[in-house]
Write a protein that binds this ligand. Structure first.
Ligand code: ASP
Length: 326
């Protein structure tokens, strides 16, 4: 039976145009989602696609208001007869949107975030291919119970693992700790294992607002003034994008410890691409009141910390349990 899939568009390069074949410059979010869907139908893609343009932006400009609208539209579509939902999205912040949705939706019907690295009118455009793959995934019953998924470059990633790892290549996404969880083409889909989250409800209720949480990038020779500046700007939580195992110069660690003592939660993550940030290795998290990001990179750590603060969970041990959870 043909599956009914809701497609919600937010913009990004998958809706970008103006590249004029070999040109470099283009504008994200220029093509309406119905154009994409009509092209898919003309190619014979077997699904009933209900489309809606939620926004037409480069995802670097995504904000709370759009996230809230998107969440509400997805929840409404899933409550109706949609077998799954596809969100077309810019790749820059696909990781953040996918992880926020993953933490605030039940792991039931498939919700698939898809983007493209090349605009529709560029040579070798990857948008329609990725979209066709997303339709294949969103219409597959075996996609249920896996949390929010990201489809890019013939691969399927779990939102909890995925990150953008290349600025221009069409093979731009990677996963940690898991790599892709399925291989997909418009006509084939191979899952590498069973759904890990079948029957799981939303981990967090959709919050009334998200608190200001800032990311602090560590570098050699860094001083503590940026910590003070962020606190002065109203940060209610801080994520350290540390070196190696979530490290920073002693003066920065001391300033962060003062912040944690003052009631501003601090999560240590790493600027390194892959690997865990564990507790109490080079930094005494127990003594300083920090949380270790574990497998979460800085962008995901920030989303999770925002949801924790919004939910009133600020005890370091309770926060750590959420960062430890897969
Ligand atoms: N800046 C664009 C965006 O994130 C890039 C892309 O879509 O690939 O919207």
């Amino acid at each position: 039976m043909t599956k009914r899939i809701t497609v919600l568009a937010t913009g990004g390069t998958i809706a970008g145009s103006g590249a004029r074949g070999t040109g470099r410059g283009y504008t994200p979010g220029r093509i309406g989602v119905e154009t994409l869907a009509a092209e898919a139908r003309a190619l014979g893609i077997a699904a009933e696609l209900d489309t809606e343009d939620i926004a037409a932006i480069g995802s670097q400009n995504i904000d709370w208001a759009l996230w809230e609208r998107l969440h509400a539209h997805i929840a409404a579509a899933l409550a109706r007869d949609a077998a799954g939902v596809i969100v077309t999205h810019g790749t820059d912040t696909a990781e953040e949107t996918a992880f926020l949705l993953d933490l605030t939706l039940a792991a039931g019907k498939p919700v698939v975030v898809v983007g493209a690295m090349r605009p529709a009118d560029a040579v070798g455009s990857d948008g329609m291919r990725n979209f066709a793959n997303a339709v294949r995934v969103a219409g597959d019953p075996a996609a249920c119970g896996r949390g929010v998924l990201v489809v890019m470059g013939d691969e399927v990633f779990a939102a909890s693992d995925v990150r953008k790892a290349a600025t221009t290549s069409v093979d731009a996404f990677r996963g940690f700790p898991r790599g892709p969880i399925a291989a997909v083409t418009p006509s084939s889909l191979d899952w590498f294992g069973p759904p890990a989250r079948a029957g799981e409800g939303a981990r967090f209720a959709w919050p009334a607002a998200l608190p200001q949480v800032d990311i602090l990038a560590a570098y050699a020779g860094m001083g503590d003034c940026t910590v003070e500046a962020l606190l002065g700007c109203g940060a209610r939580g801080l994520v350290l994008e540390g070196m190696g195992q979530g490290n920073a110069p002693d003066a920065v660690i001391a300033a962060l410890a003062r912040a944690a003592r003052g009631g501003v939660p601090v999560v240590r993550s790493s600027r390194v691409d892959q690997g865990y940030v564990d507790r109490n290795l080079e930094v005494d998290d127990d003594a300083l009141g920090f949380v270790a990001a574990r497998s979460h990179g800085p962008a995901k750590a920030r989303i999770l910390l925002q949801l924790l603060i919004a939910s009133g969970i600020t005890d370091p041990a309770a926060m750590q349990a959420h960062f430890d959870r897969r």
